[in-house]
Write a protein of this length. Structure first.
Length: 266
């Protein structure tokens, strides 16, 4: 029988949970650093450089996914690699373990985890709405989205994230996450690329323009796989992009021209 949620609340109070983070890139490192004082953290990454970095920071490094025996498995890998990782670990997972992803989109990861992971493990799709560059002073006050896929222990995690880490926890469906993230994240990445294509920053500018560029700069250096995921992996982005293009095309026109353009678009 799988332990109930109240068991896990007592369990986490008296014994720190054990967590394996698969993937020790920029975000995997952030997750490890945030959780290090609250859990027993181990790391798996097939990259020797990443494994060496984890070891240098004092984390236990495991040599194979066959060694994963922790309570929680966090998948800090790009969505493009997720299916491969899921197929690798699925036969190795034991009843009662919890698998959590942190991909930037949620519909496709949730579908893959539901389909590829065995029914005896719990599954939580999540998206921390922050990264290493936006939480330099700590994660308190930042948002994290939880999309429960299978099981009940996500409620325990939600309490921990809210009360201990000070995060704003939003519980929703994968579809609703992707619909809203299409604007707040997908369009932000598209605008950052578009502003880059316009050339150098003008010497004559307003403070409001500087603030826009500062905001866009927060995602300009994101890994290419993140850009691909949030702009092309989210099915809600393209319709929104088309709406934005139509809105931009109508701005600055005479009212009669704008009305004609809207009518033509319909």
């Amino acid at each position: 029988m799988t332990p109930g949620p109240f068991f896990w609340i007592r369990f986490m109070l008296y014994r720190p949970p054990s967590i394996t983070i698969i993937g020790f890139g920029a975000f995997g490192r952030l997750v490890a650093a945030v959780l290090a004082s609250h859990a027993r953290v181990s790391v798996y990454d097939e990259s020797p450089d990443a494994s060496s970095a984890a070891s240098a920071l004092g984390f236990e490094v495991i040599a194979s996914t066959k060694e994963i025996s922790t309570d929680i498995v966090v998948l800090a890998v790009p969505v493009q690699s997720l299916s491969e990782v899921l197929l690798d670990i699925a036969p190795l997972l034991r009843p009662g373990q919890v698998v959590v992803d942190v991909c930037s989109i949620k519909e496709e990861p949730a579908r893959m985890m539901r389909q590829l992971l065995p029914p005896h493990v719990e599954v939580l799709a999540s998206h921390p709405m922050f990264g290493p560059g936006s939480v330099k002073n700590g994660v308190a006050g930042a948002q994290i989205v939880l999309c429960p896929v299978r099981g009940t222990r996500w409620r325990t995690f939600a309490v921990f994230l809210r009360r201990t880490l000070g995060l704003e926890v939003i519980v929703t469906t994968p579809e609703e996450h992707d619909r809203q993230a299409a604007m707040t994240q997908g369009l932000t990445h598209l605008l950052a690329r578009a502003f880059q294509a316009l050339g150098e920053r003008p010497r004559i500018r307003t403070r409001s323009f500087d603030l826009i560029l500062e905001a866009l700069a927060m995602v300009t250096n994101d890994a290419p796989e993140i850009y691909e995921a949030v702009t092309r992996g989210n099915r809600h982005v393209d319709p929104l992009r088309q709406d934005l293009l139509r809105a931009l095309a109508s701005l600055g026109k005479a009212p009669e021209s704008a009305a004609a353009a809207d009518a033509a678009g319909q």
